[in-house]
Design a protein around this ligand. Structure first.
Ligand SMILES: C[S@@+](CC[C@H](N)C(=O)[O-])C[C@H]1O[C@@H](n2cnc3c(N)ncnc32)[C@H](O)[C@@H]1O
Length: 267
């Protein structure tokens, strides 16, 4: 018999006769699954092909009204997935309730598949490398940027887990739109490495190639010695004297924008 924790259809039928307990499915799947916290995270994940195991809402009518308004393309899929539970039950499943009262669990994409995407040649868009980032919110914002610009992926070095629930929350479910993995500097995919550093060459004089790795240092200490040793180019963002540095995520935003404005970026 199919395990309902791994059979999305088992938990999502609108026919009460066919429903299994979504809470039981949730509790069994939660330890290994990715939490999609809120309507927008679920919407993005479904759009970009996530395998959703279970999805609950404390207000199904409100969630589907949001889908009608903002996500007609996935409205039917959401209607199929979402099971209404009491607000107390919903709140017991999530670290803190989201204003949309929607939450879901999805399968984390396979590491081998992500590594193949990151190494695939020729690359049509850069890979963003965050070298030992510390701030989970920054990492989430970077995943969202990478998804928006169609970057090939986001790689982190160091101890931060780029699939930590807070990072996924900051990424608004867009981890499913780009390849997100943690690697060591030695394991970085091939490609010319452009490391962002205020002491580098002015980005405005450069065109960043599609096959580039674009690397950014940690919030506290900047680029590690190991990453610098692997870098082919040091690149600076324009910044007036006396300002020390930009925020990590805004540095990624400016760099991806520069790549897109100078020839990159798929439609
Ligand atoms: C908050 S900054 C790091 C500041 C850190 N105190 C340091 O010593 O570098 C995080 C990262 O953003 C990028 N960054 C910030 N401002 C930059 C600039 N003006 N030019 C190039 N990269 C910059 C760099 O990759 C940097 O390592």
């Amino acid at each position: 018999m199919t395990d309902p924790a791994h059979d999305p259809s088992a938990a999502t039928s609108e026919d009460p006769e066919n429903q299994v307990d979504p809470v039981a499915v949730w509790r069994r799947a939660a330890p290994d699954a990715v939490l999609l916290d809120g309507f927008h995270a679920l919407k993005h994940a479904v759009r970009f092909g996530a395998e959703v195991l279970v999805a609950v809402t404390a207000d199904r009518a409100a969630a589907l009204a949001l889908a009608d308004e903002l996500a007609a393309d996935v409205r039917d899929a959401l209607a199929e997935l979402l099971t209404e539970v009491s607000h107390a039950t919903y709140a017991s499943l999530v670290p803190r309730p989201h204003p949309t009262a929607v939450a879901a669990l999805a399968v984390r994409p396979d590491r081998a598949g992500n590594l193949a995407k990151l190494a695939h040649a020729p690359r049509t868009a850069p890979v963003v490398v965050l070298d030992q980032p510390r701030n989970l919110g920054n990492a989430g914002a970077v995943v969202r940027l990478a998804a928006g610009f169609g970057a090939t992926g986001v790689v982190t070095t160091g101890t931060l887990d780029p699939w930590h629930p807070t990072v996924v929350r900051g990424g608004a479910g867009l981890h499913f739109a780009t390849a997100v993995e943690r690697l060591t500097v030695d394991e970085l995919p091939p490609g010319p490495l452009f490391a962002l550093d205020p002491e580098g060459e002015d980005i405005r004089s450069l065109k960043l190639p599609d096959e580039a790795l674009l690397a950014f240092g940690s919030e506290r200490t900047g680029l590690s010695a190991e990453l610098r040793a692997r870098a082919d180019h040091l690149v600076a963002l324009p910044m007036r004297p006396q300002v020390s540095s930009y925020n990590l995520a805004t540095s990624v935003a400016m760099t991806l924008y520069h790549w897109s404005a100078t020839g990159g970026a798929p439609a």
